[in-house]
Design a binder for this molecule. Structure first.
Ligand code: ATP
Ligand code: MG
Length: 414
């Protein structure tokens, strides 16, 4: 017996259908908002991620699947942004550009509920806009999408982590504060402070967090431009009618963020409570060899989000399943056309073998979870109607052939 690798999943049946419905809704919604889908390779040269995500981040230090072939080092993609920018530069695309990606990501993490080693992300990136209006706009996109698919009870946390200018001065201030608290910090944090100091705020240990509650925050130490930018983002969010909470300890686990960072959280998820995470990354394009280009974006974990939602997604295809039981092989041409008519109205439709007795076909219809079985035989042919059996109620009705289109448009199986 073979087993799938730890942290991976087989997706099928209801969960896959729900994920597909979320993807379809995302494609439809974000295209209507100007975001074009982009597909990049599922593996890249590892250097791309080392450079963009940062060598001192959890992702690059522990989570990347790296492999070497012919002395070249590759990595399964752990996130989408770096690849999108690489593709933008490499294909000489033009600004402003809006991208949507929907694909699997790979991270070697400890698997738990809502945390897998291969997982899906739906993400959007807006390249070439530096105005705070667009920070608010992409947050609004995330919120409207969640509302569209029926997600509830999420909150939005917001912060600004400034630019290298404000961070330099702030680092000194934080350093002198921490000097007196070094004994309370875990060894990870001591190391982080040296190599990637903002990320100490990400520490999960309560003893460290108690120190950081009292520590000076980057948000209160922004340079004039960053402070103004942040102020405007909040003002626009208010105008968009978006509720948010400021979280001065929100930093994000990747190196490339500047200024605005945000997370959408869900209360019912326990430790893995972030469903959307993102922010502004004005320095990354340059870092990857492109022109100076301000960018914002976010990524969502649809599998995690599904854990918070009841069985019924409003966007799920609510159409019915039909099963056609022809009574005799001479009706094949007729039932194939009937199938096309039913599918043309957006319903699912399966064919029975018209050579089989009707009883057996109806049994099969049941096994296929058909909501309706359409029976077509001699009497139906002679009198121009279909016999439609409602499988849940067990009731039959005659529907005239010329009224069948109208019937299909209005049916509700339950
Ligand atoms: P976390 O703090 O949960 O590890 P992260 O900062 O690593 O999150 P991002 O890299 O910003 O997460 O990814 C964006 C979103 O992708 C997350 O908010 C989450 O919904 C989803 N996500 C990230 N890692 C996983 C995973 N291993 N399994 C499932 N979903 C994930
Ligand atoms: Mg993570």
């Amino acid at each position: 017996m073979y087993q799938k690798p730890k942290g991976t999943r087989d997706l099928f049946d209801k969960e896959l259908r729900r994920l597909q419905a979320m993807n379809a809704a995302a494609r439809d919604f974000f295209t209507r908002n100007g975001y074009e889908e982009i597909r990049t390779p599922s593996f890249e040269f590892a250097a791309l991620f080392d450079r963009s995500i940062g060598t001192t981040t959890d992702i690059v230090e522990h989570e990347i699947y790296r492999f070497e072939v012919n002395k070249k080092t590759y990595a399964l993609r752990p996130e989408g942004t770096a690849s999108v920018l690489r593709a933008f530069i490499e294909n000489k695309l033009t600004l402003p550009a809006r991208f949507l990606y929907i694909c699997s990501m790979y991270r070697r993490e400890r698997p738990q509920k809502g945390r897998y080693r291969e997982f899906q992300q739906i993400g959007i990136e807006l390249l070439g806009e530096n105005k705070p209006f667009f920070d608010a706009e992409i947050i609004d996109q995330g919120k409207r999408y969640l509302v569209l698919i029926g997600a509830k009870d999420f909150t939005i946390e917001l912060n600004s982590i400034g630019c290298p200018d404000c961070r330099g001065k702030y680092r000194e201030k934080l350093g002198s504060f921490l000097q007196n608290h070094m004994t309370d910090l875990c060894s990870d944090c001591k190391r982080r402070f040296e190599r990637n100091f903002l990320r100490i705020f990400d520490c999960k240990k309560e003893t460290c967090q108690r120190v950081y509650d009292e520590a000076p925050k980057i948000t209160d130490n922004l340079c004039h431009e960053c402070a103004e930018h942040y102020h405007k983002v909040k003002e626009y969010l208010n105008q968009f009618g978006i509720d948010y909470a400021e979280n001065k300890k929100l930093v994000r686990g990747l190196d490339y963020y500047t200024r605005t960072v945000f997370e959408f959280k869900h209360g019912g998820l326990g430790a893995q409570d972030t469903i959307i995470a993102g922010g502004r990354y004005d320095l990354l394009m340059r870092e990857l060899g492109g022109q100076d280009t301000p960018c914002t974006g976010w990524a969502m974990g649809p599998e995690r989000l599904l854990l918070t939602m009841s069985e019924d997604l409003p966007v799920l295809d609510q159409k019915e399943t039909f099963y056609i039981a022809g009574m005799g092989e001479r009706y094949i041409t007729k039932i194939v056309r009937l199938r096309d008519q039913i599918q043309g109205k957006g319903h699912r439709c399966l064919l029975g073998d018209p050579g089989e007795p009707i009883k057996i076909q109806v049994k099969r219809a049941n096994k296929c979870n058909a909501t309706y079985t359409v029976i077509y035989g001699e009497d139906e042919e002679k009198n121009g109607y279909y016999t439609v059996k409602n499988m849940q109620l067990g009731e039959q009705q005659k529907v005239l052939i010329q009224e069948f289109d109208a019937f299909l448009a209005n049916v509700r199986g339950k």
